[in-house]
Design a protein around this ligand. Structure first.
Ligand code: FAD
Length: 316
């Protein structure tokens, strides 16, 4: 079932969450161990992230170095199929532009269709560590809007090779939104215009980057509505878990902590205290979002189901 159909059918705020594929070589059990504790809250869909290749250098004969591309977290599509099969819940694979040519993208989408996966979250992806700026695949997409365009074309039956009669796909396409602006955007207004372009190209709902100040989400929704974006906007929340997160999350995800939260974080002396505060703050945010009618609350587990479970117990 499509994410948008779940939202249409819902009488109250839905619960969903996102997981990361395990590191290469780890079994799928680690995924199930992360999902099991959250199933009692009746998630309508589970997102599975996609991770780009990275380059490593291997020493060869005579001191030569060989550059090798590896994917540290492969398996997004297989994990989605396994989740749907085991839990009878919809899985939403993330699909990125980075590292993909258009033909590979088309083939990945055909695989998803064969597996009965109706949903896809279409993203650009970030640059890899060895690049200062995002560099698209020579035959790939530069922006998420182009990827969304390709999926929409397939939904119309327009594949790359147009000389064969192919059945249209029927993907429900999601896109990413940034209440605090995407870090590369010149300003919030241009970022919103590009957000609108993604919706005009076929995105049927938006999932936001994590935020810790609900005001930022409410303002983002208002700004989207003001420029004619009418699709559901799903807030994304991440419970802070460790002392390391205090600086890591703002640095990596380009978000701010509101003053009230930062004051409390400064009082924390260890991971346990940060984690307890993270849950408390997550409950506070979730209660308000639910009261204000958020269509769904999407939690970034980042391999930490325990905090999400503690929050969900109070909300769903
Ligand atoms: P875009 O929408 O393409 O935007 C990228 C930048 O380009 C923005 O600054 C935008 O303003 C600008 N822009 C857009 N269109 C144009 C245009 N036509 N001309 C000029 N500028 C333009 N990353 C992963 O690698 N894997 C994941 O699984 C993953 N999951 C995510 C899930 C969510 C909910 C979110 C919010 C992010 C996720 N990311 C993931 C991170 C995401 O890939 C990065 O934030 C990336 O830098 C931007 O992706 P995007 O799809 O928002 O890009």
């Amino acid at each position: 079932m499509k994410v948008t159909d779940h939202i249409k059918a819902a009488k109250d705020t839905l619960f969903s969450f996102e997981i990361l594929p395990p590191l290469k070589g780890k079994s799928i059990q680690s995924i199930f161990d992360g999902i099991d504790p959250l199933m009692e809250f009746n998630p309508k869909f589970v997102n599975v992230t996609y991770h780009r290749e990275e380059y490593i250098y291997k020493e060869r004969d005579q001191g030569l170095l060989e550059k090798i591309a590896i994917r540290k977290r492969p398996g997004t599509v297989g994990i989605c199929a396994a989740i749907m099969n085991k839990y009878q819940v919809d899985a939403v694979p993330h699909l990125i532009c980075g590292g993909f040519g258009t033909e590979e993208t088309e083939n990945a989408l055909i695989d998803l269709q064969f597996l009965g996966i109706d949903n896809v979250l279409a993203l650009r992806g970030d640059s890899i560590k060895t690049e200062s700026n995002f560099r698209p695949h020579p035959n790939g997409h530069r922006y998420a809007v182009e990827l969304i365009g390709q999926i929409s074309e397939m939904n119309q039956g327009n594949y790359l090779l147009d000389d064969i009669n192919l059945e249209p796909t029927d993907f429900c396409i999601g896109a990413a939104g940034y209440p605090e602006k995407h870090f590369e955007a010149m300003n919030l207004a241009t970022d919103l215009e590009y957000m609108k372009a993604k919706v005009d190209a076929g995105a049927e709902y938006i999932v936001t980057q994590m935020f810790f100040d609900n005001k930022k989400y409410f303002e983002f929704v208002e700004a989207c509505r003001a420029i004619g974006i009418t699709v559901p906007i799903i807030p994304g929340l991440k419970p802070i878990k460790s002392m390391n997160h205090i600086s890591f999350l703002p640095k990596f995800f380009h978000i701010d902590y509101p003053e009230e939260l930062s004051k409390e974080l400064l009082k924390c002396k260890n991971n346990e205290q940060v984690s307890a505060l993270g849950v408390e703050w997550g409950i506070h945010q979730s209660k308000e979002l639910k009261a204000m009618g958020a269509p769904c609350i999407h939690y970034y587990t980042m391999s930490n189901s325990a905090s999400v479970k503690s929050i969900a117990k109070e909300i769903f």
